[in-house]
Design a protein around this ligand. Structure first.
Ligand code: BTN
Length: 265
């Protein structure tokens, strides 16, 4: 797998020799964070065929069976404060839309803030984690991406079947996982180059791909759920909500999740 991914990248690609492949790990994000704490360089890529403890946002799990998905985490070391990285998950989602389009010829939508979707079902997700120094400065960031590639409907556990899809189901044909991995690595490299300078352009593109904007949604926060209209995404990646009372509020990804009125999207 490793040499095939490398073969799809130019010899001169700055991250080509920083890719590590594992048959099975608990979570590629956990391993990437461990390596980041040991000073692994920017562009260190952890890839696994299978995860036993794949994690999603808000403590959810990410189903990660062998041979069917891509489970990847990358270490980034942007020179900025943590507060300047509010848009990192959006930038990663945007880069992943580009990569999927390049490798699988379909462009997913984005369900705010971190889910890649196709026709109201989840194709993949992104988990961004920051590592801070004891003084609270940014040490590094880990972006983790999971994409369902070759699952047939019955390969998903029954509880995921109504809400999950794969590139195979979405596009009707097989996508080579190593081609997609290389496209993801290259898209993440490009993203890292413009992360601090290209935020506005990236967010304009994110808004075009985001299927949440313009929808009536249910905002889930702690034990409460309220209806709102998703009016837009602000210039940090926050979701601008308008409530039936006419009041508006911008919510950040750490605190809430959003559901469609009639299902997952
Ligand atoms: C979500 O659904 O909220 C995000 C899912 C992110 C899953 C990926 S798979 C690779 C990396 N390792 C993890 O444990 N999670 C991310």
């Amino acid at each position: 797998m490793l040499s095939e991914v490398q073969a799809h990248l130019p010899i001169s690609h700055p991250w080509r020799e920083r890719i590590h492949f594992f048959q099975c790990v608990p979570s590629t994000n956990d391993l990437a964070k461990e390596l980041a704490r040991k000073d692994a360089p920017e562009g260190t890529v952890i890839l696994a065929d299978r995860q036993t403890g794949g994690r999603g946002r808000l403590g959810r799990s990410f189903h990660s069976p062998s041979g069917m998905g891509i489970y990847m985490s990358v270490i980034l070391r942007p020179k900025c404060q943590p507060s300047e990285l509010m848009h990192l998950t959006c930038a990663t989602a945007q880069a992943m839309c580009d990569a999927v389009e390049r490798a699988a010829s379909i462009r997913p939508g984005i369900k705010w803030i971190n889910d890649l979707v196709w026709q109201k079902k989840k194709l993949g997700g992104i988990l961004t984690e920051l590592i801070l120094t004891p003084a609270g400065d940014l040490d590094s960031a880990v972006v983790g991406i999971g994409i369902n590639c070759s699952q047939a409907a019955e390969d998903f556990p029954p509880e995921l079947r109504p809400i999950a899809t794969s590139l195979l189901l979405a596009s009707g044909r097989k996508t080579d996982r190593t081609t997609l991995c290389a496209a993801m690595i290259d898209a993440l490299y490009s993203m890292s180059e413009t992360l601090l300078t290209g935020r506005e352009v990236m967010l304009e593109r994110y808004r075009r791909d985001c299927v949440t904007i313009g929808q009536d949604v249910i905002l889930l926060r702690g034990n409460s759920s309220v209806e709102a209209y998703a009016a837009g995404v602000d210039d940090t990646g926050g979701l601008i909500l308008r409530f039936p009372s006419g009041e508006t509020e911008t919510v950040q990804s750490g605190e809430v999740s959003v559901r469609g009125m009639f299902g997952y999207i």
